[in-house]
Structure formats: C-alpha cells, structure tokens
Write a protein that binds this ligand. Sequence first.
Ligand SMILES: Cc1cc2nc3c(=O)[nH]c(=O)nc-3n(C[C@H](O)[C@H](O)[C@H](O)COP(=O)(O)OP(=O)(O)OC[C@H]3O[C@@H](n4cnc5c(N)ncnc54)[C@H](O)[C@@H]3O)c2cc1C
Length: 416
Amino acid sequence: MRYSAWNIFKQGLTGNKGWTRAWRDATPKADYDIVIVGGGGHGLATAYYLAKEFGLTNVAVVEKGWLGSGNIGRNTTIIRSNYLLEGNQPFYELSLKLWEGLEQDFNYNAMVSQRGILNLIHSDPQRDAFVRRGNAMQLSGADAEILDRDRLKKMCPFLDFENARFPVQGAIWQPRGGTVRHDAVAWGYARGADARGVDIIQNCEVTGFVMDGGACKGVETTRGTIRAEKVAVCVAGSSGRVMDMAGMRLPIESHVLQAFVSEGLKPVIPGVITFGAGHFYVSQSDKGGLVFGGDIDGYNSYAQRGNLPVVEDVCEGGMAIMPMIGRARLLRMWGGLMDMSMDGSPFIDKTHISGLYFNGGWCYGGFKATPASGFCYAHLLATDRPHETAAQYRLDRFRRGVPIDEKGQGAQPNLH
Ligand SMILES: Cc1cc2nc3c(=O)[nH]c(=O)nc-3n(C[C@H](O)[C@H](O)[C@H](O)COP(=O)(O)OP(=O)(O)OC[C@H]3O[C@@H](n4cnc5c(N)ncnc54)[C@H](O)[C@@H]3O)c2cc1C
C-alpha cells in the first residue's frame, strides 16, 4: 500500500478500515541467500538497499526482540555530517544526502527535520580546530559555517556566554544537520524491505552460527536453524556477545548511554546544540520536550539502563551552559547499549571466516549513519567489495596501525 494524501483522505472517509499491515509477520524459511542478524536501523536499511539497489530479495532479517527495541528506538535522533577525517567525512556526507531523499524514497514520514546543528566554541584553539573541520567538510561537499559570538547570541540568547570556565565564543554551524524521528526510520525501512520480498522475523534470537568446513553457512536461532550463503551481523551493542559465538574478539566495548526528555516547552532551542567541552547536547522535539544527553556511563555493561551519578553529571552539563534548563522538569529517561570502538569509528567488513560479515562499532553516532551504513553494507554483501566511502572501515586497521581517530584521543571509549 502506498501512503499518500489521497489515501489519508480516502481512509478518513471510510472509517480508516482499509490500512494494511506495514510489514508481514514472516515465518523463517530453511535457507536464504543472505541472513541479516539484528533488526535495528542498520540491519533493516541493509535489507532495504539489498532489495532496492541490488535486486537481492531472498533475504531475512532476524531480530531477537521487536523492531525498534534497540538503539534505533533509543537514540536522541541527531543527524549531521560534521566530521574531519578522510575515512569518515565522505561516508557521513553520503548518509546525510540519503536522509535528504529518504522519505520520498521509502514512502514513509520519518519527520526528517534539517533544523541545523551548532557545536559551541570556548577557546581560540578550539576555533582553529573547528575551522579546519569546517574546511574538510566543505571539501567533501558538506556545509559548514563559523558563527561569531554576536551571531550566535541572536540565535541562542539563553546560553551562558560569560560562563567562568567555558565562556562561549561562537560555534560551528551545519544548517543541513538536524533530527529525524528514530523509530519511524526502522518502520519505514522495514516496510520498504518487506514490500520487496524480504522476510522480517521478530522474536527470533540468534544463538550460534552454522559452521561447515571453516565457513559460515547460516545461523542457529530460537526458531530453528536457518541456512544462508552469507550471514551479515549487525547487532550494535551486542556485537561482542554475538561475534564471540564465532570465536571472534573485537576492538569494541559495550557501554550504556542515557537519553533524557523534559516536559513540553514552547519552542526555544533553534536546532541541535552540542557543548562538547562539558559533554552535553540538546534539541527540542516537535512536541516541545527538550531531548538531551551526555556521557556514557563509564563502565562495561550489557544492560539497557543507566545509573544516577550520570544523570546528575548530564544535568550539570546542561545547567552550566544554559542555566534556564534547571526550571524544566525531567519527564523520562532510558539507556541504550553502545558498541564503542577503540578509535570511535565503525566497521563494515568481511571477517576472516568465509560467509560471515560484520557491521558495528558505531559508538554514539550510528543513528545518523543508518542510511549510509545500510547502503554500504548492502554493497559489500552484494559485490564482495567495500563501497568507496566505507573503504577504511576495516577490522584489521588497528593491526595495520591506521585507526580513524576523529579526535586524536586514543583508545578510550569515553573520549570519542
Ligand atoms: C541514548 C542514545 C542516544 C543516541 N543518540 C544518537 C544521536 O543523537 N545520533 C546518532 O547518530 N546516534 C545516536 N546514538 C547511537 C545510535 O542509536 C546507534 O549507533 C545505532 O542505532 C546502532 O545501530 P542499530 O540501529 O542497528 O542498533 P540497534 O537498534 O540496537 O539494533 C541491533 C539489533 O540487534 C538485535 N540483536 C542483538 N543480539 C541479537 C541476537 N543474538 N539475535 C538477533 N538479534 C539480536 C537487538 O535486539 C537490536 O534490535 C544514540 C544511542 C543511544 C543509546
């Protein structure tokens, strides 16, 4: 069923009885060409682009819970392409371009809103670094502007410009950044993939890999064995646990990241604001709630909930840069499971096991990457060659000594 203004009108007149299910409740078949493990944003986007771009539809997405139960339904919805390094910038710019046409492409309202993103500047060296980053962005076709203090003050008069420790001197501004309704992205990709023949199988946990002569030939699941020519793992925060079943150790740690939503307020935040020096970021949802977050919880965990000291720390970060936030009541918060890689950059690669592919290490930045991650993973699975924008996301980059360390801070997950 195609969604359109005409269809809304027609269904409205006929009691809304004609809407069909967005995707089928598929029963697993005995074998597929490709099985994707993990029905998060990246797994569903991969299935969608495999079907749409490469005509591969004998594909299943196997999800242990329900679609949207992982980070795709837990993140703070920010999209941007304000990266510096050659290994990252073209990839994230591809993603932003895909976001720009996404709703028309998969015929689903994902509320893509390019309201802009600001990264605050507090010192001269930070301004130099952001100017350099802005130049790198422009070289790959992205948009970036340096705002001085006066221009920023007009946009965000509520910031504490005279903060004793972090006086605000300006910002780097990417107007094409913004927010997207996160769970609608999962639903849109699922619907688009299903319509092209992909089986989406929920409540089906992968419990092992079918190995044959050293090659991966399928997965063991709670709903039986499913054989496949290729198995594409895409489980974000569960990467370590799932790849351990294939005997692989990854340069990834799992940590909790929390998100917070305040009561609804009148429009006050013009776009997304990030205060990197204190690690706090905020946007405002269309319902008026301030959506914000900060640091990871700082210890390894597979729990999807966080602890109170980090709640205090994040709120202190908010208070430091915009004291008016202290008057807003906190409505709800939750945690998600982050696959923090040691250089802060992801992996989209074949493993050393024939037939087994891996996508992960997205840290706190994988939502914005969803379209490009799906596109490039589909490219790798279909052609066995990496897409040019994801060519540096190799699993052996630490062994080769070429990490993609965007901030140059070394192997510390909490600093990326
Ligand atoms: C609080 C928070 C805020 C964030 N904010 C942002 C942001 O503003 N911008 C941004 O770009 N990124 C953000 N992120 C990061 C982003 O959400 C993730 O990097 C991204 O969603 C990960 O990819 P995914 O959607 O495929 O993951 P998920 O949705 O987690 O998908 C993985 C799926 O694998 C399934 N799975 C796990 N094990 C198995 C198994 N054995 N068998 C079958 N299925 C399995 C899980 O159930 C899950 O559904 C945030 C994350 C969190 C938690």
